[in-house]
Design a protein around this ligand. Structure first.
Ligand code: NDP
Length: 322
């Protein structure tokens, strides 16, 4: 089979499309023929070595496909079923071996592209708005990189909960997408000082929560945008990791809360995984949550796919189709 492997970490060129042996499912695992693999910014962290795995490895932590083979002891899945998974490496390939505990069934009528495209970023938006900082109607959230994969889903979910979303993006085209997703206000953070704008837009009150996936470039100013006792959810670091912060700083800025959440800790049980994935998939099927798959590539174009993501040229979701 073909798989996108890395033998050392680094720039996009370290990813090589290789002919490798088909993997065999062990106990509690299944072999999936991959029909669509999600591209996530997290894949960049793995490729660069910011997130670590034993080398060599196949990239990609999100996919959908058909079960071809069961390992011993698999209880709730059958050969031929359509499944999706995330937070487990190996998706950038024609076949992947995935532990049963990461799998969800794809609902009838949903295609592999939507199933792979919505799972990781949809469940992230779900836990951020429902569990990390459960948003209430009338509250205000600052969402950075709002036209990205996570950003568009997060903006929709937050505004559907009745919250006011102040979005940041880098271009006018991305501003249009953020508005369509429900953002009340959009700031071009490359041109305007977003801290000044947020203070103006909230009458100096500040926002209740910041969902900051950009990291280094936005973190300090994001803290300054919060109301007293507001919450900073540092979701990622697409601009680079955030330097060390003194706890006393949180007090000086208004007894703020700071969390660095991960989807892994919000899908720890079968119940929680089924709840979040079920709500995301149901919303997509009903049409209340719109998934934009704006980039699709064959495995052979994976280098280009990562280059585009890191150059901020993408919007919504990107997929690799083996
Ligand atoms: P995106 O589609 O959001 O792509 C990244 C976006 O970040 C870019 O399009 C760009 O938007 C913005 N950005 C700002 N500065 C930079 C920079 N210097 N380099 C590159 N991009 C920059 O990716 P994802 O939706 O896959 O992920 C978004 C973030 O959420 C990532 O940080 C990811 O790690 C994180 N994440 C965290 C999870 C968790 O559980 N903690 C789970 C899933 C994702 P613009 O052009 O508008 O600035």
């Amino acid at each position: 089979m073909k798989a996108v492997r890395i033998t050392h970490t680094g720039a996009p060129e370290v990813m090589k499309l290789l002919e490798v042996e088909n993997p065999t499912p062990g106990s509690g695992e299944v072999l999936v023929q991959v029909r669509a693999a999600g591209i996530n910014y997290i894949d960049v962290y793995y490729r660069e070595g910011q997130y670590q795995a034993d080398l060599p490895f196949t990239l990609g932590i999100e996919g959908a496909g058909i079960i071809e083979k069961l390992g011993r002891g698999v209880k709730d899945f059958r050969v031929g079923e359509a499944v999706a998974w995330c937070m487990y490496l190996g998706a950038y390939a024609e076949y992947a071996v995935i532990p049963e505990r990461h799998l969800v069934h794809i609902p009838d009528g949903m295609g592999f592209e939507a199933a792979a495209g919505a799972l990781l970023q949809g469940m992230t938006a779900h836990y951020l708005t429902r569990s990390t900082y459960p948003l209430k109607a009338g509250e205000t959230a600052l969402v950075h990189a709002a036209a990205g994969g996570v950003g568009l889903l997060l903006t929709q979910m937050a505004s559907q909960l009745g919250a006011r979303v102040i979005a940041t993006v880098s271009t006018e085209a991305k501003a249009k997408l953020a508005k369509e997703a429900g953002a009340r206000d959009v700031i071009l953070y490359g041109e305007q000082d977003f801290e000044v704008e947020v203070k103006r837009l909230t009458g100096n009150r500040g926002v209740d929560v910041v969902y900051d996936s950009v990291g280094r470039a936005t973190f300090d100013k994001s803290l300054n945008c919060l109301r007293p006792r507001g919450m900073m959810a540092l979701v990622g670091s697409s601009s680079g990791p955030v330097p060390v912060i003194e706890p006393a700083q949180l007090s000086l800025l208004g007894s703020l809360y700071l969390t660095r959440p991960s989807l892994a800790h919000y899908t720890q049980t079968r119940e929680e995984l089924d709840w979040r994935s079920g709500e995301v998939y149901a919303a997509i099927q009903k049409g209340t949550l719109k998934l934009r798959i704006d980039q699709s590539y064959p495995l052979s174009e994976v280098v280009h796919a990562h280059e585009a993501l890191e150059a901020r040229k993408t919007t919504g979701k990107g997929l690799l189709i083996p």
